[in-house]
Write a protein of this length. Sequence first.
Length: 158
Amino acid sequence: MNTLLRWDPITRTQWNPFKDRGELESRLATMLASRAATGDGGKEAMTVAEWSPLVDIIEDEKQFLIRAELPDMKKEQVKLTVENDVLTISGERKYEKETIGHKHHRIERAYGNFMRSFSLPENTDGSKMSADYKDGMLTVRLPKSDKAKSKTIEVKVA
């Protein structure tokens, strides 16, 4: 049956339609639940879609950095919580309603609530977390704790 899977030349892997089933089901449920606002004559339906910010996670000797793209948001619209060694970034990007004299012909940016959660590694201290937000980029710094540094153990032959 593997011969029926489509080859992706960019990632050099076979496409597996069942791999991302959960994400597909979530998007389908969102699409079916959202109300489509039609334009003149119903030419094209415009919907407000669920979205999830893109995230990079970077590690160096001293810390982990989590960088999240949050365009068109104010820092007051973003919430960070750490509970049970899980960092959660949540918020809402509000939809800009049409103003008098303006007509939207296409809406491709997504709006709405989002939530991203990340399990913290054992060698971090969530209580020392810091964050800053500039130019649509949220940067969360998670310093590594000294207590969980790895050490090498010599194995002796008996």
